[in-house]
Design a protein around this ligand. Structure first.
Ligand SMILES: [Mn+2]
Length: 314
């Protein structure tokens, strides 16, 4: 379906319910709020739903907290930045039952679970959302532009990931033209941390474990550490990125104990292809950033990870 066909279907909706993926990040929220304000500008009712906690780091830009589950009927449902229906959590059950569903996404692996899907391979979903909102004929204002900028900054790690082309910077330039405040948004996202997170960083990094002659570094965030520091899971986002900054480290792994004997594993690397390592554990992702889930005893999980990384280290 072309962008203009998709945009005219969105424009035809009398009201819109917008869905973020669980463990929401800057990009999914960015798209949701931009669309929300676009519908408000059109004089239409809109609502945002996210079936998980949305408080924590870097959310001081969020205008209001979305509802966890839908409470009302809307003319259409739109999922943003969500490659599979399961990532909507319990809200996915509601989404699935609706007549008119839409997905806006930048993951080319998107499973096309909605009735109408607009998927475009861009560094951030907020860039796809930007194209859609423009196509809807909505005049982008400062509020919408600021929202869209958030997703671009967060999904590109502040324009530092590899493979970015000129379009990204062209889009930022246009958003600034529409009134987006770059330095204020940057400040809110990257120069403001909650005290609990600083405490968490201190605890976690005082206990980095090194393997394979210092080429592999692993941190663990246990439920106990989260309790001790009053930090929440969202504050662990980005911790893994510090590991590959350590001199000599090629692969960095963070083990987040999501619940007892159940771990969300994040892989980062300078050189080694960690998407292959993640795939060994049923996960996936990109060459230098990937993830998987593992269960069992913490020591066994470490052993498995250390052994497997040893087979792939360059
Ligand atoms: Mn995204």
């Amino acid at each position: 379906m072309t962008r203009s066909e998709f945009a005219s279907k969105l424009l035809g909706l009398k009201s819109a319910l917008i869905f973020c993926h669980v463990h929401s990040d800057g990009d999914t929220l960015s798209c949701a709020f931009a669309l929300y304000y676009a519908y408000k500008k059109l004089g239409k009712n809109a609502e945002i739903v996210c079936d998980s906690e949305v408080n924590g780091q870097n959310l001081n830009w969020v205008p209001f907290l979305p509802k966890n589950l839908p409470t009302d009927e809307y003319d259409g449902c739109i999922a943003v930045d969500t490659p599979i229906l399961e990532h909507l959590g319990k809200a996915g059950e509601f989404f699935k039952k609706q007549r008119r569903t839409f997905a806006i996404d930048h993951h080319i692996t998107n499973s096309r679970y909605a009735t109408f899907n607009y998927i475009s391979d861009k560094p951030a979903c907020s860039m796809v959302t930007y194209d859609v909102i423009k196509q809807m004929g909505v005049v982008i204002d400062k509020t919408i532009a600021n929202c869209l900028l958030v997703g671009m900054l967060t999904d590109t790690n502040c324009f530092t990931i590899g493979g970015l082309d000129g379009e990204v910077f062209q889009t930022v330039s246009e958003l600034i033209g529409f009134g987006a405040d770059f330095s204020d948004t940057y400040d809110k996202l990257f120069r403001t941390e909650p005290k609990e997170k600083v405490l968490l960083i201190g605890k976690v990094f005082s206990n980095v474990k090194y393997f394979h002659g210092g080429k592999l570094a692993i941190i663990t965030v246990s439920q106990e550490t989260l309790r001790e520091t009053s930090a929440d899971e969202s504050m662990t986002l980005g911790l893994v990125d510090y590991l590959t900054k350590i001199d000599g480290v090629d692969v960095g792994i963070s083990i987040l104990e999501s619940r007892s004997k159940f771990y969300r594993i994040s892989f980062r690397s300078r050189f080694t292809n960690v998407s292959e390592i993640a795939r060994v554990f049923g996960g996936g992702g990109h060459i230098h950033a990937s993830g998987a889930v593992l269960s069992g005893y913490h020591e066994d999980v470490i052993d498995k990870l250390v052994f497997t990384v040893g087979n792939y280290l360059l």
